[in-house]
Every structure is written in C-alpha cells, then in structure tokens.
Design a protein around this ligand. Structure first.
Ligand SMILES: C[S@@+](CC[C@H](N)C(=O)[O-])C[C@H]1O[C@@H](n2cnc3c(N)ncnc32)[C@H](O)[C@@H]1O
Length: 206
C-alpha cells in the first residue's frame, strides 16, 4: 500500500466525510503549513475532547487556528489562545513577513472565540489550566522541548497534546520527533493516541 493510501485509511477512523469540504474551504483561504488530513485530525481532537481552553503555539496565517476555532464555535463552548510571534517575527526569528495580516483576515469569522497573544511562547506568562494544547511554533529541538516543558504541566487530566511536524521533513529534520520521543513518549503520564501524516497526538492520563 502506498503512503498516501495508508494515511487516508488511518484518517478514515477520525473523519466525517462532510467535514472534508468544510476544512478545505477554510484552509484554502490561508497560506497553510498543514495538510487537510492533519487539519481533520486536529478537528477530530477538538470534537472528541470538547475542550474549554485551547492553546495553540504557532498560528502563522491561521489555518490550524481557524479549523479549531470553527469547531469550538460549532460546539458552542471554549476559547482558543493563539500564541505566535506575529509582527515580532523576522527572517531570523519565526517565519518573518507580514503573515499576521492574513491571520487577522482569516480569523474574522471567529471573533469572540479566540484571543491573539503576540510574543515568544517561552517568554509570555502562562498560569492557567489547558484542555487542548497544539504545538507548531519553534521547530528546533530546544524550542519544542521548551514548549512541552512550559505548557504540558498545565494540561488537565484527560486533555490532549497535539504536535505538528513529528515525522521527517526537509524543514524539521525530525527534530520535533527527537524532542517528543525524549519527553512525552517516555512519560507514562501521557498516552499516544496516534499519528496522521506528521501530526502526533497524546492524551494526559493522570
Ligand atoms: C509552521 S508555522 C505554524 C503553521 C500553522 N499552525 C498553520 O496551520 O499553518 C510556525 C509559526 O510559529 C511561529 N513561531 C516560531 N517560533 C516561535 C516562538 N518561539 N514563539 C511563538 N511563535 C513562534 C512562526 O513565526 C510561525 O508563524
């Protein structure tokens, strides 16, 4: 079986067919760094865990942010905190460019469901419980490890932790996997739920 067929077979476990179209429409409005199967998996996580507080690290143009906010809106509960360097990013730090303008445009339909937090994820103050954590910011091993170390302790029992670019890609060179395998994967507190494409999911068990 080819890789593509393999991923779609795995994905079928998580997806309602009518959601394909909705996700595609939202995604096509952004400059996405994340695939449709991964967005559907992320959306499945929100739909299944029904979180009150969602934290995203690394929003870029808002593809993943809008998919998660859209699902919160549909559930009628929850709030998403979108942490990104946004206008503070530069070619040497973060993505660079004025992608935050696209983010603002993408997120217009979800005003009231999210809060934009501009800054370095390692520097901004955070002290609240989290029900759903999505990490897709600094992809260096130190960056991913720091985000896990800072935010995972705030995840409530039963909450989800999803991380993007877990598997090999020329950009990440598997550094995300190195960081995740040294932390969450080794820790019995967390159960691996699965991997779709390059998005890995864990649940906090205690
Ligand atoms: C791969 S992109 C995120 C893609 C996005 N999740 C999507 O669905 O398209 C990574 C983002 O993280 C931001 N970023 C990188 N390092 C960061 C840091 N230390 N703190 C906050 N944001 C960071 C980058 O500027 C960029 O916007």
């Amino acid at each position: 079986m080819g890789m593509r067929a393999y991923y779609f077979r795995k994905l079928a476990r998580y997806v309602q067919p009518k959601e394909f179209k909705r996700v595609k429409v939202v995604r096509d409005k952004t400059n996405p760094q994340i695939s449709i199967p991964e967005l559907l998996f992320l959306r499945w996580g929100i739909r299944t865990l029904r979180p009150q507080t969602v934290v995203e690290i690394g929003s870029f143009c808002g593809a993943s942010t809008s998919i998660m906010a859209d699902q919160l809106q549909r559930l009628g509960k929850g709030r998403l905190y979108a942490i990104d360097l946004f206008s503070l990013s530069s070619p040497g730090k973060g993505h660079g460019g004025d992608y935050w303008k696209t983010f603002d445009q993408t997120m217009k339909p979800y005003i009231g469901w999210f809060e934009k937090i501009e800054g370095d994820s390692r520097m901004i103050p955070w002290d609240r419980p989290i029900d759903f954590l999505f990490i897709d910011g600094d992809h260096s091993e130190a960056g991913v490890s720091a985000d896990i170390a800072k935010y995972a302790p705030f995840v409530r029992q039963g909450g989800g932790i999803f991380l993007h670019d877990y598997l090999d890609s020329p950009e990440t060179n598997s550094l995300v996997k190195t960081a995740v395998d040294r932390t969450l994967l080794r820790d019995a507190t967390y159960r691996k739920l699965g991997v779709v494409s390059s998005l890995v999911a864990f649940q906090k068990m205690r």
